[in-house]
Each structure stands twice: as structure tokens, then as C-alpha cells.
Design a protein around this ligand. Structure first.
Ligand code: GRF
Length: 196
């Protein structure tokens, strides 16, 4: 039996985490989410994990004086789960370089823009959508990519595009992009599990 363990990292509401979990329940994605890791004890994602009997772990680099101790603790947590894939779903902290190396090409992220546009440190959430509107871009979308040492720089796996309408606000655009994220991320996870 192939290892189909997935660990999800999320800092916020976790709608992508929920979409992925639902896809696993429906067997659209042949995987088991064995843990949800968050840096934020108040994350909606953690509540969802609790309600759905997915073990939740709170760990934040800010709680450690020594970054090496943090990395080591995270490494051990992951080791226990032996994930085939690590899925970042709205996770705002940087994954330590050592972990990125250990799980090379096994950590993926979703970003709410058509990378390489609007990517890198400081580009997240509504900032991205506001910039798209201000720049009068005709289209936007979301990107799933491998995680490397630098924010949003890893090889792109897949993208979904959406039109930007003339009367769009950052909020209406964000909602349209998020809808696509919920479709794209489970598809990519399914693809990676069947091809790796
Ligand atoms: C998404 O827009 C994702 O692209 C970005 O963070 C947001 C997370 O949303 N990385 P949610 O917590 O999954 O609802």
C-alpha cells in the first residue's frame, strides 16, 4: 500500500484545507490528512480540524528563542507523520530551509495570483488582489508551486485563470480566485499522488 499521508499547514480560515479534506472524504483525492499544523492557535483551520477529528498541532517560530530548536521540533513532528506530501494552505510563516531540503519537491503552496506576478515576500492576501485591480490587469488567478527556499519562487505546477471585471473590487476578485483555488488544489494533489 502506497503512503498517502498528507500534512496540511494553515494559518487562517483554512478554506483550501477544508476543500482538500472534503475531496479526500469523497475519494476524489486518494489521501489521508493525518495532521493540520498551524502557527495560530485561533486559526479557523484548527477548529475545522478539531471538528473533523484531524489531529491539530500548534507550533510557531515566535515561541522559540532558538530557531534551531524550532526547526528540530517541527522536523520531529513531520517525521512522525511521514507525509508523502506537505500542503501549505494559507500558511504565513516561512518553512525552515532544512525542512525544505528534507522534503524536496514534496512541499507545495497555493498563491492567489498568476506567479511570477505578485509573488515574493510581502505579497499575500488582499494586497495581491488590490494591486491587480490598481494595475487594471485583465486577468488574475491562482498558482500551485513547489516550495523552495525563497517565497513563491519554486517551480510552477499549475495555474487557473479568472477574468478581472471592470466593476471588480479586491474583495469580489478575491472571492472569484478563491473559488478556483478550491478546485485547483485538490486536482493538483491528486495528480501529484498519482505521478510521484
Ligand atoms: C488563499 O488565498 C491562498 O492562495 C493563500 O492564502 C489564502 C488562504 O485562504 N496562500 P484559506 O485560509 O485557505 O481560506
Amino acid at each position: 500500500m502506497k503512503n498517502r499521508n498528507i500534512v496540511v499547514f494553515a494559518s487562517g480560515g483554512g478554506s483550501n484545507f477544508k476543500a482538500l479534506h472534503k475531496a479526500t472524504l469523497k475519494k476524489e483525492v486518494p489521501a489521508r490528512i493525518t495532521a493540520l499544523i498551524s502557527d495560530n492557535p485561533d486559526a479557523g483551520a484548527l477548529k475545522y480540524a478539531r471538528d473533523n477529528e484531524i489531529p491539530g498541532v500548534v507550533i510557531s517560530p515566535g515561541d522559540y528563542d532558538n530557531p534551531m530548536v524550532y526547526t528540530d521540533t517541527l522536523r520531529k513532528i513531520l517525521e512522525k507523520e511521514s507525509p508523502r506530501l506537505i500542503v501549505l494552505a494559507g500558511y504565513l510563516k516561512k518553512i525552515p530551509d532544512e525542512i525544505v531540503e528534507l522534503y524536496k519537491r514534496r512541499i507545495i503552496n497555493i498563491h492567489p495570483a498568476l506567479l511570477p506576478k505578485y509573488g515574493g515576500k510581502g505579497w499575500y492576501g488582499m494586497r495581491v488582489h488590490r494591486a491587480v485591480i490598481e494595475n487594471r490587469d485583465k486577468e488574475s488567478g491562482c498558482t500551485v508551486h513547489y516550495v523552495t527556499r525563497d517565497y513563491d519562487e519554486g517551480p510552477i505546477i499549475a495555474q487557473s485563470r479568472v477574468p478581472v471585471r471592470q466593476d471588480d473590487t479586491a474583495e469580489s476578485l478575491a472571492a472569484r480566485v478563491l473559488k478556483q483555488e478550491h478546485l485547483l488544489y485538490p486536482k493538483v494533489v491528486r495528480f501529484l499522488l498519482s505521478h510521484n
